[in-house]
Design a protein around this ligand. Sequence first.
Ligand code: ZN
Length: 243
Amino acid sequence: MVYGLISDIHANLEALEAVLGELAGVKAFVCLGDIVGYGPDPGACVDRVRRLPKLTRIAGNHDLAAIGRYDLTWFNPHARAAIEWTAGRLSARQKKFLGAVEPVGEVAGAAIAHGSLVEPMAYIASVEEALLSFEAMTGVLCFVGHTHIAEHYRNRVGTRSCDQTALWDGGEVKVEPELRYLINPGAVGQPRDGNPKASFGVWDTKAGVVTVKRVEYDIGAVQEKMRREGLPEYLVERLARGR
Ligand code: ZN
């Protein structure tokens, strides 16, 4: 089976459509959470994700905050302003969809978590943080989102040996025996690894290969919509910086 891996769409419809264009023909999808928050098209992004074939998904902190299931005091002022704006633009049906899943799950033998396996809303941004999730892992693969940084960690089975590799310009991860992997396919809608292109992954279970890719989208069009809606300028500008 080949899965399209998408995470942290953040209501960026242009980025989502560009990614789905690259994934044309893929028949199964995994969404690692944060469909909404920050961006100008929350409802349209929820509807688009809902229509994906054979979809396995988990919830992100923004998804849960938008429906009142995650405390806004955890958010910085920009994120909070965007979430309050978002909450008023989702239909009851869209909110129900967002709230129908938890922030951790499983797909085809791989663990999936929005943040980390031990604490669903914690960031994995270091080898030490990755090791905590490796300890909680029973399988070989885990996919995470939340940091908006495309990268992967490898752990030698039965040891605390772990390395961290950037995938900021994409890259291929071949699953090798004796190693376990924690892979972040990066953010579709608000990359923070210095590359403003939309990030996503393809997981070929038979070949044992995960490929992370980047695709350009019309950032200016999204920024224009955000300004029209009065979303925070900081959030508008960071799309072009990819940080
Ligand atoms: Zn996010």
